[in-house]
Write a protein that binds this ligand. Structure first.
Ligand SMILES: [Mg+2]
Length: 225
């Protein structure tokens, strides 16, 4: 049966179930409702989410340089990040951190300490911007987690699986070559490099965009989303 024929059948059935004497207005409303349900169901099965992936140190918070953030007192949130979260959530994008924190395997901080830092970060973001990260994936350097080590794409693959994300329609913001390389390996559609950290000025991996500050990062994301 042709699409038009099917629609006419749906209209007739919808009308019959509602009222023998239904007006043309009621008939149209019922037909649209039936068709709309069909469209919604097929969309839910096929549409994947879009996501802004963030590296943590040097993007979300002030870079600790060659060291690590091992205490909540050392964690300093970049101001514009909350704004990016607001933009992302307003436009129905997810916002997820993918971070390397080898300091756990090195014994400089334990998982509870790391969790404390992330809890503080989420509280600060909610207090100041009313928005927080949807998830945080961390490579800790512990044995058996090698697939999550940057520049391998394991963390992004896992997040895409867990949250039904389309990597090709997603964005990654990072400051180091390993972030951009990880994004390319995972098939991320757009990459933004932020040059906020000392020592990341000589890069070998090319990002789609390079910005000089967190303010420029906010503007670049606003343009892309
Ligand atoms: Mg970084």
């Amino acid at each position: 049966m042709s699409k038009r024929g099917k629609n006419e059948l749906v209209q007739r059935q919808a009308c019959r179930f509602n009222d023998k004497n239904c007006s043309s207005n009621e008939l149209t409303t019922s037909a649209v409702l039936v068709n709309a349900i069909g469209v919604t169901q097929s969309r839910e099965q096929t549409i994947l989410r879009r996501c802004v992936f963030f590296d943590r140190d040097g993007v979300v918070n002030l870079s600790p340089g060659s060291g690590y953030v091992t205490d909540v007192a050392e964690f300093s949130l970049h101001d514009g990040v909350g704004e990016v979260l607001q933009i992302a959530h307003d436009r129905d994008w997810l916002a997820i951190i993918v971070s390397s924190q080898r300091c756990v395997a090195k014994g400089l901080i334990d998982l509870e300490g790391l969790e404390r830092i992330h809890r503080l970060m989420q509280i600060q973001l909610m207090d100041r911007y009313g928005s927080k990260f949807d998830a945080i994936y961390v490579y800790t350097g512990q044995p058996g987690t090698e697939q999550w080590e940057k520049p391998r794409p394991g963390m992004i693959h896992q997040a895409c699986k867990d949250y039904a994300i389309d990597p090709g329609k997603s964005i990654l913001i990072g400051d180091q070559d390993r972030d951009i390389e990880m994004a390319i390996s995972a098939g991320i559609g757009q990459t933004i490099r932020v040059l906020t950290s000392l020592g990341n000025q000589e890069n070998k991996v090319v990002a789609n965009q390079t910005v000089q500050s967190i303010g420029e990062m906010v503007a670049a994301v606003r343009e892309l989303l």
